[in-house]
Write a protein that binds this ligand. Structure first.
Ligand code: GDP
Ligand code: MG
Length: 291
C-alpha cells in the first residue's frame, strides 16, 4: 500500500464529545474533557501513526456565538479547521438539533471534501430514537455519510478509522512518525491545570481563568513546574485560592497526579494566582496568551 496521510478535522457544538473522540482515536489523553461547554479553547492536533498512514486529527472548540474576544478567537480556530481538511467529522449528540451558527453547516453542505456526520453518545439511545436522529441529519446534510458511535465506549470507532484511512489521500507523512501532537509539553501542563479548575469551581470562574506555565524544568528524576493562574478580576482571586488555600491546594494535587501519569515521571508543581484585568476582552493580552 502506498503511504497515505491527511487531516481529519472534528467540529461540532459544545459538549458533544469532540475531545473524547479525538482521544479515543489517538489513544492518548491529549485533550481535556469535562461536562462543561468551552472546555477546549484551541485547535489541538492528535496524530495517529501507522506504518502505512498518518492521520492528523484536529480537535476544536465547540461552535458558539462569540460574546467576547476570547470566544471570537476560539471561533477562528474552528474556521481554520475548514481550510485544510481532507475529511470533516461533524460531530453531533442526540436531541441537540440547535445550530449555534448556521454558516458552519452551510459550509459543510457546500464543501467537496468528504463529510462524516457522526452521531455520538448512542449508548444513551434506543433504536427508534437513533432512527429519528439519522433521518434528521440525513436531511440536513445530504452529502454526508451518517455514522453512529459512542466515543466513550469506543463503539464503532474502528469503523470510523477505517473510513478515514480510505478517504485520506496518498501522501508522505506531515509530521515525524513518532509525534503524537503539534503542541509542546507546556501546553499540556496548562490544559491539565485548567481541567482541574473547570472541575473544581462553579459558574463563571473557569471561564475567567487562563493558565500560563512560567517554568518547566525537566531533571533526571523529576519535572519542576511553576504555573501562573490568571483571573480577570480581584474578587476571583480569593475564590480560586479558597479558605486557607484549600481549593488551590486541591487543584494542585489533582493536577500533579495527572501530570505524573502524562509524563510518566515525578512532578513538583507550584501554582500562583494573579489578576490580569479583563484579559478575555483585551486583544493584546489574548495575543500574548496565544489566542
Ligand atoms: P467536547 O466539548 O465536544 O469536546 O466534549 P467532551 O469530549 O469534553 O465531552 C463532553 C461530555 O460528554 C463529557 O462529560 C464526556 O464524558 C461525555 N461524552 C463523550 N462521549 C460520550 C459518549 O459516547 N457517550 C456518553 N454517554 N457521554 C459521552
Ligand atoms: Mg472539547
Amino acid at each position: 500500500m502506498q503511504h497515505k496521510a491527511g487531516f481529519v478535522n472534528i467540529i461540532g457544538n459544545p459538549n458533544v464529545g469532540k475531545s473524547t473522540l479525538m482521544n479515543a482515536l489517538v489513544g492518548e489523553r491529549l485533550s481535556i474533557i469535562t461536562n462543561k461547554a468551552q472546555t477546549t479553547r484551541h485547535r489541538i492536533f492528535g496524530i495517529l501513526n501507522h506504518e502505512d498512514y498518518q492521520i492528523v486529527f484536529s480537535d476544536t472548540p465547540g461552535i458558539i456565538q462569540p460574546a467576547y474576544a476570547l470566544q471570537e478567537s476560539m471561533m477562528k480556530f474552528v474556521s481554520s479547521a475548514f481550510e485544510d481538511a481532507d475529511v470533516f467529522v461533524y460531530l453531533v449528540e442526540p436531541k441537540d438539533h440547535n445550530l449555534k451558527d448556521e454558516k458552519f453547516l452551510i459550509r459543510l453542505q457546500e464543501t467537496r471534501t468528504p463529510v462524516l456526520l457522526v452521531i455520538n453518545k448512542i449508548d444513551t439511545l434506543d433504536q427508534d430514537a437513533l432512527e429519528v436522529e439519522n433521518a434528521f441529519w440525513t436531511e440536513k446534510l445530504p452529502n454526508a455519510e451518517v455514522v453512529p458511535i459512542s466515543a466513550l465506549n469506543k463503539f464503532n470507532t474502528d469503523y470510523l478509522l477505517k473510513r478515514f484511512v480510505e478517504l485520506i489521500p496518498v501522501s508522505p507523512a506531515y509530521y515525524d512518525k513518532d509525534a503524537i501532537t503539534d503542541k509542546p509539553e507546556r501546553f499540556f501542563v496548562s490544559e491539565i491545570v485548567r481541567e482541574k479548575i473547570l472541575l473544581n469551581y462553579k459558574k463563571e470562574i473557569p471561564y475567567s481563568v487562563e493558565v500560563v506555565v512560567e517554568e518547566f524544568k525537566e531533571e533526571e528524576d523529576i519535572i519542576r513546574i511553576r504555573v501562573n493562574i490568571f483571573v480577570a478580576r480581584e474578587s476571583q482571586k480569593g475564590i480560586i485560592i479558597g479558605h486557607q488555600g484549600k481549593m488551590l491546594k486541591k487543584v494542585g494535587t489533582e493536577a500533579r497526579k495527572d501530570l505524573e501519569t502524562f509524563f510518566q515521571k515525578k512532578v513538583f508543581i507550584e501554582n500562583f494566582v494573579k489578576v490580569n484585568k479583563d484579559w478575555r476582552s483585551d486583544n493584546s493580552k489574548l495575543k500574548r496568551f496565544g489566542y
